[in-house]
Design a protein around this ligand. Structure first.
Ligand SMILES: Cc1cc2nc3c(=O)[nH]c(=O)nc-3n(C[C@H](O)[C@H](O)[C@H](O)COP(=O)(O)OP(=O)(O)OC[C@H]3O[C@@H](n4cnc5c(N)ncnc54)[C@H](O)[C@@H]3O)c2cc1C
Length: 417
């Protein structure tokens, strides 16, 4: 997208700080709202797209992106999965989720950060109500009665932008959140996760695996081209050691952990034979902001909450926040309300905060009960696995929770069903 020229007197209705997937989804969802939107992003587009991460995308997120009108471009570039295989170390009772359980054509999708972000950018280029400032940093914010004044540093100059509402979509270490003095609850886990991509030789490439083990869970998500995205959680020192293993040692450990389910494994290389998938190591945390809104300000995505990567939920919660906030703001604007008023913003908070707590709690319980070798807990979770596989209502409830199909649905997703 060509960089919009900043006019000196630029005023907007909505200034979104953070042009990651959540911030851009919010802007895209407001295409037809009549609101003037300014997206402020610190990184260049090339740097943002180069993030080597892949995500499990839930059925609900797919429906939201379809409702926005960008899904038809994303879908051919990502992978679908039709089966989820959940297992606990070498315990023979596994849980197999199938498309028949939900009567859907797939159970979810796996897409790369760069692909999703690139298509959202292309879509935003068709939105006359959206302008970009990038690479640009927000350096100060001044909240006033009828709006907010934002200091933006760009090309070595600081400019002032006035907006009716400021959105913090600036990730887990949100400055918008800390400047607004919003406290958070949560904890850092004793684990980190190692993320990378691997090529495999198994004939099926539509199975998502969640392999639990007492050091931590490992998610294996199928990507196009017989590749898988690996998110391997382990205590910090073990995760660091996994990151530093030689290629052969890492592959051997992974083959052992997957018990042959993916056939022969090799690192992803470019056509010149150079390894392209780095092994990145991330600390893991649970965080929930005490509030998501203040007068003239709202938080979305990781700026508002973070969860353990088990079950691949974090980005999906953010996409749902974006759709819920877009709906709240568009409706308020249509009815002639001031979108920056606390009364309006609280409708978004009361919709999303409680629903996010449920998923944060679910991922925490999942990690704690499976990353554990205390015998009574091992016995209880194995009974739980048996029940999940054999008690149908429980199985369907768990699957609906993971695919985003429980809870209040944004209109965007309902219209696209
Ligand atoms: C290993 C791993 C695997 C994961 N797997 C999954 C998965 O399978 N499924 C899933 O749903 N989630 C997953 N997650 C979670 C997911 O990565 C996050 O929830 C998601 O990326 C959050 O998106 P966001 O847009 O809110 O924040 P971010 O992606 O952090 O984007 C924030 C943006 O704000 C910009 N920014 C920050 N500060 C400023 C500033 N002052 N001025 C201007 N711009 C600024 C940044 O440059 C960035 O572009 C995973 C996480 C990890 C670590």
């Amino acid at each position: 997208m060509s960089q919009a020229q900043l006019k000196n007197d630029l005023d907007c209705d909505l200034a979104i700080v953070g042009g990651g997937i959540v911030g851009t989804t919010l802007a895209a969802a407001l295409k037809a709202s009549g609101l003037r939107i300014l997206l402020i992003e610190a990184k260049t587009l090339e740097a943002a797209i180069a993030r080597p991460q892949a995500y499990a995308i839930s059925l609900l997120s797919g429906r939201i992106l379809k409702g926005i009108g960008v899904w038809d471009k994303i879908l051919p570039r990502i992978n679908k999965f039709k089966h989820i295989d959940l297992s606990d170390a070498d315990y023979p009772q596994t849980v197999q989720f199938e498309t028949q359980d939900l009567k859907t054509d797939e159970l979810g999708y796996v897409g790369e950060h760069g692909v999703i972000l690139e298509e959202l950018h292309r879509f935003l280029a068709t939105c006359p109500n959206v302008e970009w400032l990038r690479p640009a940093q927000v350096t100060a914010v001044d909240y006033q009665e009828d709006g907010v004044e934002i200091a933006v540093e760009m090309n070595g100059e600081t400019r002032k932008v006035r907006s009716r509402l400021l959105i913090g979509a600036d990730g887990a270490r949100s400055r918008i959140r800390s400047w607004a003095k919003i406290k958070t609850k949560g904890w850092k886990y004793w684990q980190s996760c190692v993320a990378t991509q691997i090529k495999h030789s198994a004939p099926r490439n539509d199975i998502a695996f969640e392999r639990f083990c007492d050091s931590g869970p490992m998610g294996v998500l199928p990507l196009p081209g017989n590749r898988v995205s690996i998110v391997w959680t382990a205590p910090h020192a073990e995760a660091k050691a996994l990151q530093n293993l030689s290629e052969a040692e890492f592959i051997a450990k992974l083959e052992q952990r997957m018990n042959g389910a993916l056939g022969k494994l090799e690192l992803v290389r470019d056509p010149a034979g150079i390894r392209v998938a780095a092994r990145a190591c991330f600390p893991v945390q649970l965080m929930q902001s005490d509030c998501y809104v203040k007068p003239r300000m709202a938080l979305v995505g990781d700026a508002a909450h973070c969860c353990h990567p088990v079950g691949g939920q974090g980005l999906n919660l953010g996409i749902r926040d974006a759709a819920a906030l877009a709906q709240t703001l568009a409706t308020a604007h249509q009815q002639g309300e001031d979108i920056g008023r606390l009364k309006v913003l609280k409708r978004y908070q009361s919709w999303r905060k409680r629903e996010n707590w449920i998923i944060l709690g679910f991922t925490d319980i999942l990690d704690r009960t499976f990353s554990n070798n205390f015998l009574p807990i091992v016995a209880a979770r194995r009974l739980g696995l048996w029940m999940l596989q054999n008690v149908r209502p429980l199985k369907i409830y768990a699957l609906k929770l993971m695919t985003g199909l429980l809870g209040r649905k944004p209109v965007l997703s309902v219209n696209s069903d």
